[in-house]
Design a protein around this ligand. Structure first.
Ligand code: AMP
Ligand code: GLY
Length: 419
């Protein structure tokens, strides 16, 4: 079978890796220049989305898998479907669960899913009035897509003013009048619960913990994710709560006819009064995917195929119980300003030395003789192993040995526990 992977980061490197292992997959195609992906996939050159659809048609691609949120929000799935091409990803309407924080909160409220106090405001004037209903700390979220960067956890008036200024005055996230969601601040342990979805049934993937803040001890600004670890140690009541949540989610999706073949990701806060939904994504998380897909024992292609056919059987999906982890190596300064074009001097040698790990590439480009960084997140160093301590040590040993002048990574991935 021929598979096209859309997107060129660490997540798509992991997706490509798993597809490459599948006995069902003969050829993989990519729309990206990512050197890791290019080793396993052929690049399709195209001008715009219509051209890409045409090329996929000409090649006879059997299935397309979409990694990032932007193409989903822009309707790539609808375009492929119009041409009768089979695709794993949310259609434009369902993608609102991720692309509109307002749609997501209203969906949660309408369907009586675990909720917390929130208000929606369209204008600065409304937002100022509504925020008075909340105690500090309070959370302000830009209503549209902002790649995890439109969320402000505000501890005082100064933080609130900064959020309002960015969103309504300097319009940091765009001119559109997406408005804001104001939310009660939740305390607890944050987890990522991803599901495969066949348009009818949800199948839970193993739970993981994503380290979203830039600095150790969950300090500093929010990032796209600095690392991930699975499993998350849970109590029996947590497990029951999560099962029941997935069931309710499935019913809510069906009730609202949000039916697609793809992933539903719920970002949850496990609080003392049970799990609460922070956000939805309609795609694989990054870096969770680099960590979670290593646990998948069932043929990945078969799952995608069954989701697209609407006949996935959750009980047939088998997962490895061993701990898995992903450590993101970033460019110093990320998620703010950082240098680009800096060499990763010994990457090739280290890949050989650490062949027991999966060194997925995020923001990297290959030049004639070496690799240089092109993005904030550079490598997603991932692995799976029986012994948790050995796994952590092995991954950190790679990170220490890497010669990259502006190297930055968190030192506490895999070392924190719930509560
Ligand atoms: P979101 O994109 O909505 O998941 O928000 C980004 C991050 O902000 C989350 O991963 C949390 O760490 C934090 N966050 C969002 N909403 C809340 C909330 N209501 N209470 C506490 N932290 C939150
Ligand atoms: N790691 C969080 C996300 O993919 O949105």
């Amino acid at each position: 079978m021929k598979v096209l992977v859309i997107g060129g980061g660490g997540r798509e490197s992991a997706i490509t890796y798993k597809l490459h292992l599948s006995k069902n997959v003969s050829e993989i195609y990519t729309d990206s220049e990512n050197p890791y992906i290019r080793r396993k996939a052929e690049k399709i050159d195209y001008e715009d989305l219509d051209d890409l659809v045409m090329k996929a048609h000409e090649i006879g691609v059997d299935i397309t898998v979409v990694g990032p949120e932007n193409p989903l929000a822009e309707g790539i799935v609808d375009k492929f479907r119009e041409k009768k091409l089979r695709i794993f990803g949310a259609d434009k309407n369902s993608a609102k669960l991720e692309s509109s924080k307002i749609f997501a909160r209203e969906f949660i409220a309408r369907n009586e899913l675990p909720n917390h106090k929130f208000e929606i405001a369209d204008t600065l004037e409304q937002a100022r009035k509504k925020i008075e209903k909340f105690e500090l700390p309070v959370v302000i979220k830009y209503g549209g897509l902002a790649f995890g960067k439109g969320v402000y956890v505000c501890f005082d008036r100064k933080d609130i003013e900064k959020a309002f200024k960015d969103i309504f005055e300097t319009k940091k996230f765009g001119e559109s009048t997406e408005g804001v969601v104001i939310e009660e601040y939740l305390e607890g342990f944050e987890v990522s619960l991803m599901h495969f979805y066949d348009g009818n049934v949800l199948a839970q993937m193993p739970l993981s913990h994503d380290y979203k803040k830039a600095l150790d001890g969950d300090k500093g600004p929010n990032t796209g994710g600095m690392g991930a670890f699975s499993p998350v140690r849970l109590s029996n009541s947590d497990i029951e709560d999560l099962k029941s949540l997935s069931k309710k989610l499935g019913k809510a999706l069906n009730r609202e006819t949000l039916n697609y073949a793809g992933v539903l990701y719920a970002g949850l806060m496990l609080t003392k009064s049970g799990p609460k939904i922070l956000e939805f994504n309609v795609r694989f998380g990054d870096p969770e995917t680099e960590c979670i897909l290593l646990k998948l024992k069932t043929d990945f292609y078969e799952i995608l195929e069954n989701c697209i056919r609407g006949r996935m059987d959750p009980t047939s999906i088998v997962w490895d119980d061993r701990p898995s982890m992903c450590l993101v190596i970033a460019s110093k300064g990320y998620p703010k300003k950082y240098e680009k074009g800096i060499e990763l001097e010994n990457l090739r040698e280290l890949e050989e030395k650490y062949s027991d790990l999966n060194i997925f590439y995020s923001g990297i480009m290959e030049t004639d003789s070496t690799f240089v960084n092109t993005g904030g997140r550079v490598l997603a160093v991932s692995g799976i192993r029986e012994n948790k301590e050995e796994l952590i040590q092995r991954i950190y040993s790679f990170a220490e040995e890497l010669k990259f002048r502006i190297k930055y990574y968190r030192k506490d991935i895999g070392k924190t526990e719930k509560f």
